[in-house]
Design a protein around this ligand. Structure first.
Ligand code: ATP
Length: 303
């Protein structure tokens, strides 16, 4: 039998890593901790079926958060594994965006901790590993006079590149990101001339250009028409299945959550469910009933 595949960034021999194992017993997974001489403590899981070691991209432990005097997140424990496509669902005001802001290091946890690829979220320095796509309408001024290529190029700023000094390799990355989202014929067009669905894909290309491993989408289809939405979800599936991206998608649309993602988290201040989408579907009624406190209105578009 061939041994587990160990990804180089997980076990960096220059750090003199060692691996300790502990049987988890759940779903044929062994939890391991990898201690490095640099002091990082990476957590990972070994999947017996595939023999792969999978990094825990996000590790949220005992997280609580309060705005002024109002607690909006209480004792959240959640792990996102490399390769997950996690859908986060919950009613209005249930803390979904707040959770994303905490993951992105924009807010400080009141209690508990968030670890991104083994580093504390507040001191995380490898921002290019995470792509964030906000709600389209609120993210930029759509009248801003810039072409698709220029908007996508701005995604390289997080890696300290400057537009005037783009090297051929960066220009190729920009065009590759534009091709990936199917907008090659529009690369020189002004953003404001594109449809809502196309504009959304420009923002995805902007996030893709720094080659993130983890992509986070906050209500990405708000204001996007049905046909564009279908194309948009096909793109997400492609990024997940064929480009190996780890994905988090916040959506009110429970129909999308259950059919497009492979993991679901149901949030309303507390975490009411976290697990496989098929398990969520099987228990959906009782989970939503508890989480939405009997005021549930399930929006399903039957994708
Ligand atoms: N900066 C802030 N200061 C005070 N309260 C806030 C702030 N931001 C959000 N809140 C409150 O915290 C709660 C959670 O908000 P959050 O935006 O995280 O929820 P959400 O689940 O993303 O909601 P929606 O689905 O409507 O976007 C809400 O009651 C909101 O009014």
């Amino acid at each position: 039998m061939s041994g587990p595949v160990i990804r180089p960034r997980l076990l960096d021999s220059t750090h003199g890593s060692s691996v300790q194992g502990r049987e988890g017993g759940l779903f044929g997974i062994v939890l391991i901790s990898i201690y490095t001489s640099s002091g990082n403590d990476y957590h990972a899981v070994i999947h017996f079926q595939t023999g792969r070691i999978v990094t825990i991209a996000i590790d949220i432990r005992n997280l609580s958060f309060t705005y002024e005097e109002r607690q909006v997140l209480h004792d959240i424990n959640l792990q996102v594994h490399e390769g997950d496509f996690l859908g986060i669902v919950g009613p209005n005001g249930s803390g979904k965006s707040t959770l994303l802001k905490l993951i992105l290091g924009l807010l400080r946890p009141g209690e508990g901790s968030i670890t991104l690829f083994g580093e504390d979220s507040l001191s995380f320095t490898q921002r290019h590993r995470i792509g964030y796509i906000a709600q389209r309408a609120s993210s930029v001024n759509l009248g801003f006079p810039a072409t698709v290529s220029e908007i996508v190029a701005s995604g390289l700023l997080s890696r300290q590149h400057f537009l005037g000094r783009l090297k051929p390799v960066h220009k190729e990355s920009i065009q590759a990101a534009i091709r990936m989202v199917g907008l090659a014929p529009h690369s020189d067009q002004m953003l404001g001339k594109l449809s809502g669905g196309q504009q959304q894909r420009v923002f995805i290309a902007r996030a893709l250009v720094s080659e993130p491993e983890l992509m986070i989408f906050d209500e990405p289809t708000a204001g996007v028409d049905g046909e564009s939405m279908e194309r948009f979800y096909q793109l997400l599936e492609d990024l997940h299945c064929h480009h190996g991206k780890t994905m988090i998608l916040v959506s009110h649309d429970i129909g999308v959550i259950t059919t497009r993602v492979n993991k679901v988290a149901c949030l309303n201040r507390e975490l009411y469910f976290h697990g496989d989408n098929l398990d969520f579907i099987a228990q959906q009624e009782s989970i939503l009933d508890r989480a939405y406190r009997h005021s549930v209105q399930v929006i399903s578009h039957g994708h």
